[in-house]
Design a protein around this ligand. Structure first.
Ligand SMILES: Nc1ncnc2c1ncn2[C@@H]1O[C@H](COP(=O)(O)OP(=O)(O)OP(=O)(O)O)[C@@H](O)[C@H]1O
Length: 624
């Protein structure tokens, strides 16, 4: 906020803890205590802004503007994780070669920009956290769709600060990037083939240029900085090395079998440590004269627009930014629309409630009862997440609409049974995480309730002691002797009042912290729930495809069978190890593990072609 650009990078091999450090652990035990750097940065930024606001109270308007953005770079393509409407976009994201990604351009005044990138304005830590969870949710959905691409992609979560100094009207703008880099071990995997090889090449290239750029930017004798060579360095052009603050966290996996990778990470860190930066403030060249000129121009353009609206018969269009009250009105109206009985959100909520009731009813009837970790559906989840799963299914039924093409006439009860089966099987670990998240919320709510009771007690006590001090008489009037609020015999009431006030303040602080933690846990629960639903959707789809494959084989053919022949060939290659490299490793692992893990899938290896290649891939990746 002082106007310096800054970047925080986590670097290391896959599984070493980069995502954990930047974005925190998945929902479950100690999720809040160990929340990631991004969540802490949001809280820290708003603490600072609120402090600044208090200092400058009456200065007119908020002097600090914060916007957030989040992108993912995969195979040199840039994707907006906040401009992404769910699973359909994940499929169309181009990560598998479809729709093109966002492009970069350089503006003479604002530096490197990403065309069409969403950078919502954020007014509170809570709004910031919502966006953080939304971006990570979208990353998880994309990852699920695209077979665990997260280790092979870079994720950049950025704060964009604009600070106006009310005294001299100077504007400083700065960025703070939190970067979760792709797994570095891909740099040395030379045996990889096909898709994995392509990914490795991109990662290899971007990480080595990242190092070169940082070193070149810090070198006085540099004549060329190769930041345009990769999307990662280009996006971070104005936030790396040289005049910025850069912090790298090297994540290592301290196990003997990862010694090579750990050494390689530490060597990279040691090279980066030699770089010396001299951060400078990014002060805007805007001066008062230019601002006045621009404001006049905006006014003229707005008038022109209004004139055009009148001519074309459009009315009621506002060209002003809504102020605080208007924003609240808009939010209220949006909520009303969302909760109208005809809206998707309402129908979706209703359907989830019905499913929950059915599940409860079913549980009540079934003996023995299912374990608590299996009790999943919570219709409150959608109220906390900004990306309701309804977007994934046109029917607004929490993603279950996607079942229809595969399962034809299956009704809700059957879907519910599928969901139960999923939670007991493939989705068990996610179901357990969700169960833990719900338990944590329950515990936190109980703590808040107790704390609120304590605070009320202290408040009553303070009121009583004050009235007693005013009257200069004790034990009479407001409280009967022996009531919880009466002063203890022989104690100085003024001293007691001081202590009661201190206790009150300290409990209020704890309450604020607890409330913040509760919000965080509720987000985690929503995220967990959405992940579970996303995984369920994929699982159903896979299952559906499997049934379709079996149907096609039984009927003996057509074009689809030809495609499946190709998949079968590939599967056999993997199985025989002909594909070589990582695929062979995966296939071997899969082949060795699966008879114990899943006899049905193991049997499928014996009958190639009855199992879709997506299932093989995703299972292989899971084994890995
Ligand atoms: N400090 C930690 N304490 C406890 N668990 C951790 C810690 N760091 C990582 N983990 C766990 O280790 C696993 C791998 O961590 P993580 O996903 O953060 O690795 P990564 O380096 O980001 O991998 P990738 O490159 O695949 O994204 C996760 O299950 C995570 O919860």
């Amino acid at each position: 906020m002082a106007g310096f650009n800054a970047t925080l990078l986590t670097y290391g091999q896959t599984g070493a803890g980069k995502t954990y450090t930047t974005f925190g652990p998945p929902a479950g035990a100690s999720a809040y205590k160990e929340r990631g750097l991004a969540a802490r940065a949001i809280a820290g930024a708003f603490e600072e802004i609120n402090r600044y606001k208090t200092v400058n109270e009456g200065g007119g308007g908020t002097p600090i503007e914060v916007r957030l953005s989040c992108i993912e770079i995969y195979n040199e393509s840039v994707f907006d994780l906040l401009g992404f409407s769910g699973e359909d976009d994940a499929k169309d994201s181009g990560r598998d070669g479809g729709v093109p990604s966002l492009s970069l351009f350089e503006s003479p005044t604002a530096g490197v920009q990403i065309r069409g990138l969403k950078m919502p304005l954020v007014n509170s830590a809570e709004e910031g956290l919502n966006l953080l969870f939304e971006s990570q949710m979208n990353r998880a959905i994309a990852e699920h769709q695209l077979n665990d691409a997260s280790s092979r992609s870079h994720c950049i979560f950025t704060f964009h600060f604009t600070v106006r100094n009310p005294e001299n009207n100077k504007v400083t703008s700065s960025k703070f990037n939190i970067v979760d880099l792709a797994g570095s071990e891909k740099m040395v995997k030379t045996e990889a083939v096909g898709k994995v090889q392509r990914e490795s090449n991109y990662i290899n290239k971007s990480l080595s240029f990242l190092e070169q750029v940082v070193i070149a930017l810090a070198s006085k004798s540099r004549d060329h900085v190769p930041y345009r060579q990769t999307k990662l360095t280009h996006v971070l052009k104005d936030s790396l090395g040289g005049n910025c603050t850069t912090l790298m966290i090297a994540c290592i996996w301290p196990h003997l079998s990862h010694l090579d990778q750990s050494l390689s990470t530490l060597k990279f860190a040691a090279r980066m440590q030699t770089v010396r930066n001299k951060p400078t403030v990014n002060e805007s060249k805007t001066n008062n004269v230019a601002s006045v000129k621009l404001l006049r121009q905006i006014k003229n353009l707005k008038e022109e627009l209004a004139f055009h609206d009148i001519i074309s018969g459009r009315s009621g269009i506002l060209y002003e930014e809504p102020d605080g009250k208007e924003m609240t009105d808009i939010k209220d109206r949006t909520e009303q629309v969302m909760m109208s009985p005809t809206s998707d959100a309402y129908l979706q909520k209703k359907q989830m409630k019905e499913m929950e009731e059915m599940e409860e009813e079913r549980r009540a009837r079934s003996v023995p009862r299912a374990s608590p970790a299996m009790v999943m559906i919570d219709n409150n989840n959608y109220s906390t997440g900004r990306t309701p799963p309804a977007k994934r299914g046109a029917g607004g039924d929490g993603g279950l609409a996607e079942l229809r093409p595969y399962l034809g006439g299956k009704d809700v009860l059957e879907k519910q049974a599928e969901f139960d089966a999923f939670k007991r099987g493939a989705g068990k670990s996610q179901a357990i995480l969700l169960g833990q998240a719900k338990l944590q919320i329950k515990t936190k709510k109980a703590e808040i309730k107790n704390l609120t009771n304590d605070i009320n007690y202290q408040k009553d006590r303070i009121d009583f002691l004050m009235s007693q001090l005013r009257d200069s008489s004790f034990g009479a009037g407001a409280s009967s002797p022996g009531s919880p609020t009466s002063p203890r015999a022989g104690e100085d009431p003024a001293k007691q009042l001081k202590l009661a006030k201190k206790a009150y303040r300290s409990k209020m602080e704890t309450l604020t912290e607890n409330k913040e933690e509760l919000k965080f846990l509720q987000h985690q629960r929503a995220q967990s729930f959405n992940s579970l639903i996303a995984a369920f959707d994929s699982w159903l789809k896979m299952k559906g495809e499997e049934e379709v494959v079996e149907g096609v084989e039984e009927r003996g053919g057509g074009e689809a069978a030809a495609d499946l022949d190709y998949d079968r060939e590939e599967a056999n290659d993997w199985k025989r190890g002909e594909a070589g490299g990582e695929n062979r490793e995966y296939a071997d692992e899969y082949y060795n593990e699966s008879p114990r893990a899943n006899p049905r899938e193991a049997a499928a290896w014996g009958q190639p072609g009855t199992i879709p290649i997506e299932l093989i891939r995703s299972t292989a990746v899971k084994c890995h």
